[in-house]
Structure formats: structure tokens, C-alpha cells
Ligand binder design. Structure first.
Ligand code: ADE
Ligand code: ZN
Length: 319
């Protein structure tokens, strides 16, 4: 089935082998004498913070434009087109690569996107993720860089890392600045209360919600999101394994509640190698857990086509 992918992090898409290759290239000594098999012990993240420390390792070995080109190419080809993905928005996390200039990151990723499209036909865009562990002013500075180095392929901003540390309201200024310059906006709300979803919609100008499983805890906000056609980018495997969705018996039950409530959802794989998943496997997990099949999956994919940040002619190509 052709797929449109709206929720994948570049920093979370680096294969273990690539992390080891880049560490060798830059003479980085990784803690713990890891090999490719042991680097991502994807069964055992105790909480989001433990997982975020793994992201830091991957982020720390990506240093020059060619590293970003390589990882973007790999996630769009082996991790994308080879699994039926025809279009992908890639979240980038500049704060996850300390000391690397913003321009180096987007130039490298752009080169990987162009190479992947030439080889496989997959199209892609970039979304810049603000780190909610950062201060409000650091987030504003990052948006200023996005604006200063504006290119058509960077279509919007997101907000990720720990929702417990960085409530959405802290980032109002950064999001308003992005909105004023015509950037699209989304934000993660994975473990937080439904009230966070309303802050994202009303104060940050969010057009989509990443994860958003707790929306179903509030009937009014659920009804509002149905009415406004808000799209939730769900990632069943990472949210289930991470256990930080706070959903008790996993994210699957909440995804079923969201679908039953009439919310628009899409399915994605978040940080595939780190959670032992891929663009196909997250659909398979839902088929197993909820009995969903092609009818539901085609609906989720149509939601992704509608919610993708593309102009009308590019969207028509996907349709
Ligand atoms: N960064 C990458 N994946 C993430 C996730 N699932 N939650 C928060 N931040 C992330
Ligand atoms: Zn995510």
C-alpha cells in the first residue's frame, strides 16, 4: 500500500550501523563498547528520558553536511520508498546536534532528499522541531534561523522532546513568529493532558497534533477536534514500547477510541530503528491489536494526503 509519512524524526531514523560508521568517521568513542546489535535496546526504555538519551547519541555523531545527506537518503530510500512510502515530512532536531550550524543540517538533508527522489521518486519536505527542553528564547532564536535561511523545502515547525519539562505555552512567541512568516505548525502531545492540545491549537496555532492520545480523556476537546478536522499523527509501536504515553494498557486502545470518536488519524513510525519498527510494521501492529485492515489503512493514508503540507498541485500528484 502506498503510504504518506508525516511523523518521522531524522535523528531517530539513523540505523545503528550508521551511528557506528559516523562515530568511527569522527573519532567519537561511544559509551559501553556497543556494536550494531546492542546500540538500540528497543525493548527496554524505561521512560521518555531514557529514550531521549539514545537520541542524543545518534545526534552527537551527525556532524557534517554529508552525514545529514546520508541519513536523509537512508530514511527516504531503505526506510521509505522500499517500504511503499511515496512522500515523507522529516522532522529535524537542530538542538540535538550541538555545534552543528543550522545551514549545514538543511543543506545536507536537502542533498539527501534530492538524491532519494532521483533514485526512487519519493518526495519529501522538512519540518524543524523545536526542543521543548530548551528555553523560550532559544526556541525563538531557532525560528529566526529558519526564517533567515528560508528554503521552499522547509515547510513548518514542530515541538518535541519532553512534554513534562516543556509545556506548550512556553513556546508561544516562537510559534507566533513562525506563523507570521507563513510556516506551518504542529506539536507533540504524547503524555500530557488534553488541555495541552487546546493550548497547541489556540495559542501556538497548531494545525496538526503529533500523537495526542489523551484527547479522548476530554469529550469537549474531542468533539472540537472532530469538528475542526484536526489530524493526529499516531505512532503505535513507539508509543506502546515507550510506555510514556501514559495510556496504561498501551497506545492501541486509545487509537481505537480516537478512530471511534471520528478523529482523523495517520499512522507512522516515529523513530523506526530505535523502536525496532518500520513504515510497514506500525500498520501490522494495528492490524494485530485492533483487527484493522486495508479499508481503515486507506482511510488513514487519505488523512495523511489531506494533512500533508503541500501546495495543491503537489497534493494532486499524491492523490
Ligand atoms: N523526539 C523523537 N521522538 C520523540 C518522541 N516520540 N517524543 C518526544 N520527542 C521525540
Ligand atoms: Zn515523534
Amino acid at each position: 500500500m502506498p503510504k504518506v509519512s508525516l511523523h518521522n524524526h531524522l535523528i531517530g531514523a539513523v540505523s545503528a550501523q550508521t551511528v557506528l560508521d559516523l562515530a568511527r568517521k569522527h573519532d567519537v568513542v561511544l559509551d559501553g563498547g556497543h556494536d550494531a546489535e546492542s546500540l538500540y535496546d528497543h525493548g527496554s526504555y524505561e521512560d521518555l528520558n531514557e529514550f531521549l538519551r539514545v537520541l542524543d547519541v545518534a545526534g552527537s555523531v551527525m556532524r557534517d553536511a554529508d552525514d545529514f545527506r546520508r541519513v536523509a537518503f537512508e530514511t527516504l530510500t531503505d526506510g521509505g520508498a522500499a517500504l511503499g512510502v511515496v512522500h515523507r515530512e522529516i522532522f529535524l532536531s537542530p538542538p540535538g546536534h550541538p555545534g552543528v550550524p543550522y545551514r549545514t543540517i538543511i543543506d545536507g538533508v536537502l542533498a539527501g532528499m534530492r538524491e532519494a527522489e532521483a533514485e526512487t521518486g519519493i518526495t519529501s519536505r522538512m519540518v524543524i522541531g523545536l526542543n521543548r527542553n530548551d528555553s523560550a528564547s532559544a526556541a525563538v532564536e531557532l525560528v529566526e534561523q529558519v526564517i533567515e535561511h528560508r528554503i521552499d523545502e522547509v515547510v513548518g515547525i514542530g515541538l518535541d522532546y519532553s512534554e513534562l519539562i516543556g509545556p506548550p505555552a512556553r513556546f508561544v512567541d516562537a510559534f507566533r513568529l513562525a506563523g507570521r512568516s507563513g510556516l506551518h505548525r504542529t506539536a507533540h502531545s504524547e503524555s500530557g493532558p488534553p488541555a495541552n492540545i487546546e493550548v497547541i491549537l489556540d495559542e501556538l496555532g497548531g494545525e496538526r497534533i503529533d500523537h495526542g492520545y489523551h484527547v479522548v480523556d476530554d469529550a469537549r476537546i474531542t468533539a472540537r477536534c472532530v469538528e475542526e478536522g484536526i489530524t493526529f499523527t499516531c505512532t503505535p509501536v513507539s508509543s506502546d514500547i515507550g510506555r510514556y504515553s501514559g495510556s496504561g494498557d498501551g497506545s492501541h486502545r486509545r487509537i481505537a477510541q480516537m478512530v471511534d470518536a471520528g478523529l482523523r488519524i495517520t499512522i507512522d513510525s516515529d523513530d523506526p530503528p530505535m523502536f525496532g519498527t518500520d513504515a510497514v510494521n506500525d500498520f501490522r501492529a494495528l492490524a494485530r491489536a485492533l483487527g484493522y485492515g486495508l479499508t481503515e489503512f486507506a482511510g488513514f493514508t487519505r488523512n495523511a494526503v489531506t494533512a500533508a503540507w503541500l501546495d495543491d498541485s503537489d497534493r494532486a500528484t499524491l492523490n
